[in-house]
Design a protein around this ligand. Structure first.
Ligand SMILES: CC(C)(COP(=O)(O)OP(=O)(O)OC[C@H]1O[C@@H](n2cnc3c(N)ncnc32)[C@H](O)[C@@H]1OP(=O)(O)O)[C@@H](O)C(=O)NCCC(=O)NCCS
Length: 163
């Protein structure tokens, strides 16, 4: 099933925050993303992080964080990179192509607001098949590096060129 709604992304505003806090993933998906309210508060108090909302038409369907200090994701300096974290689509809207399209919208937003950034970097758990597929579909490639620091098990470092 696909969802034809127009997808766009924008920084979380006070008006959008309650709908962001209401987003949920399945119980077995929380180890991959953590709690959305925690991520919202943590991103908002971090000057090097953006809290971002994914909208399908006017409806809030997802959330992610952009990290301008990408070593939180890459664990080593990577020139002109930006980190993507806590990317999620609400459990009631998953599996309809929204995640793949939201990643594309995320990349377009970065290119518009931060044209100096050349690479988008993320960590994804090796068991998270749906996320790996969505990221590949949206142009990410596996760097071949594995990170073992995550509490939910090893993670791939995936990279996507911007522009
Ligand atoms: C990962 C996530 C954002 C993907 O969003 P989505 O809207 O469900 O993804 P899409 O509908 O665009 O589908 C992406 C791909 O995954 C596949 N997929 C979806 N659910 C799947 C599942 N349970 N098992 C295997 N593949 C699955 C789809 O078939 C599609 O691949 P294809 O087009 O090659 O067939 C969403 O599932 C989610 O929020 N998961 C919980 C949080 C999470 O794990 N975030 C990632 C952190 S790194």
């Amino acid at each position: 099933m696909t969802d034809a709604a127009d997808i766009h992304v924008t920084p979380v505003t006070p008006a959008l925050a309650p709908a962001v806090r209401a987003l949920r993933v399945a119980a077995d998906q929380y180890p991959y993303v953590g709690d959305v309210t925690f991520n919202l508060i943590d991103a908002e108090r971090d000057p090097l992080s953006d809290a971002m909302v994914i909208l399908a038409g006017d409806e809030v369907v997802g959330f992610y964080r952009l990290d301008y200090a990408p070593t939180t994701v890459t664990c080593k300096p990577l020139e002109a990179a930006i980190g993507l974290r806590a990317f999620l689509i609400d459990r009631n809207r998953q599996g309809r192509g929204l995640g793949t399209r939201a990643i594309r919208a995320c990349c377009e937003d970065i290119q518009r607001r931060h044209p100096d950034r050349r690479v988008l970097a993320l960590n994804v758990n090796c068991r998270n098949v749906a996320a790996i597929r969505a990221y590949r579909n949206a142009g990410f490639v596996d760097s071949g590096e594995l990170y073992f620091g995550g509490s939910a098990g090893p993670q791939h470092l995936m990279l996507r060129r911007l522009g």
